[in-house]
Design a protein around this ligand. Structure first.
Ligand code: SAM
Length: 289
């Protein structure tokens, strides 16, 4: 509390606190897995935090969800089955289901997050959880992929950060098991942190994904509520062409999808794979370059 006002504080990086003034607390629960809070903010709209970390806000969730869902599915070009690991707010599923996919399986470790999203974050998940193509499974994503019971064309790892329950979703064995859950030519994309703050995180994923996939890179997008500049998203497959789909083909696929976006478009898609020099150097260094 400061001057009678309630604030949600997050230490985004050592010594840097992000403080959001809480308008109204809509839900606060210590679930079986994490500390879940949904509150209203002056201009960010509704905000979800898990264990004190901002997960999604009505203000800019579209950037994150559009970029992870459309970049992967339109790069693939013929995805019929999509697996989301995490994604409890339902925003990723909502974007993925805009495509003519036949099946979406979402594996999230925390039922409360998925339930509360449908109550307080309907502007983000909309009808995703009711879509007949969507199956929600409550399980640890690392356990699900270790059994590799089914194969998917695209896997989207929409997890919390590599601390707490999300930590296992950044391991070499997790990525190896994800590979077993991908059809030939399949693509995995991952939430992978902020290069300006934690380039070691992308370097680590670069190495670990590289153990199972022939071609690994990252694409970048600015998500304002994630402090520190552009967010990096891992992109891995066994086909280098998947990360470099010509603009004309992306335009054709995007046009055909009929999806109305606020951030994603084919030029942004291609531009997102361009890396600033420090990031290029960091990835080269990661491989001993
Ligand atoms: N956009 C957010 C970000 O970039 O950090 C992620 C949002 S989404 C709410 C994160 C989800 O990951 C949560 O619903 C959480 O329950 C889920 N999660 C965390 N660890 C998990 C695990 N091991 N298996 C499956 N889901 C997990």
């Amino acid at each position: 509390m400061i001057g009678g006002d309630l604030f949600a504080e997050e230490e985004t990086v050592t010594g840097v606190m992000q403080r959001l003034k809480v308008g109204r607390v809509l839900h606060h629960e210590r679930t079986e897995v994490q500390n879940l809070v949904v509150f209203e903010h002056g201009f960010l709209g509704r905000v979800m935090t898990l264990d004190g970390a901002v997960q999604t806000t009505e203000f800019d969730e579209f950037i994150y969800h559009e970029m992870l869902a459309h970049t992967s599915i339109l790069a693939h070009g013929a995805a019929k089955k999509v697996l989301i690991i995490g994604g409890g707010d339902g925003g990723m599923a909502e974007e993925a289901l805009k495509h003519p996919i036949e099946r979406l399986l979402q594996v999230d470790i925390d039922r409360s997050v998925c339930d509360i999203a449908q109550v307080h974050l309907s502007s983000i998940c909309k009808g995703a959880f009711e879509d007949p193509r969507m199956e929600l499974m409550i399980a640890d994503g690392v356990d699900y992929v270790s059994k590799a019971p089914e194969q998917f064309d695209v896997i989207i790892v929409d997890s919390t950060d590599p601390i707490g329950p999300g930590e296992v979703l950044f391991t070499e064995s997790f990525y190896r098991d994800c590979k077993k859950c991908l059809t030939p030519g399949g693509i995995i994309v991952t939430q992978n942190g902020i290069p300006m703050l934690e380039v070691h995180s992308q370097q680590r994923s670069y190495i670990r994904l590289g153990k199972s996939f022939a071609d690994v890179t990252f694409f970048l997008a600015p998500v304002p509520t994630y402090y520190g500049g552009h967010m990096a998203f891992g992109f891995a497959s066994d086909d280098p062409a998947k990360k470099d789909v010509p603009l004309e083909i992306l335009e054709e696929r995007f046009e055909k999808s009929g999806i109305d976006t606020q951030y994603y478009n084919p030029e942004i898609h291609r531009g997102a794979f361009a890396h600033p020099q420090f990031f290029k150097k960091a990835l080269k260094e990661a491989l001993g370059g």
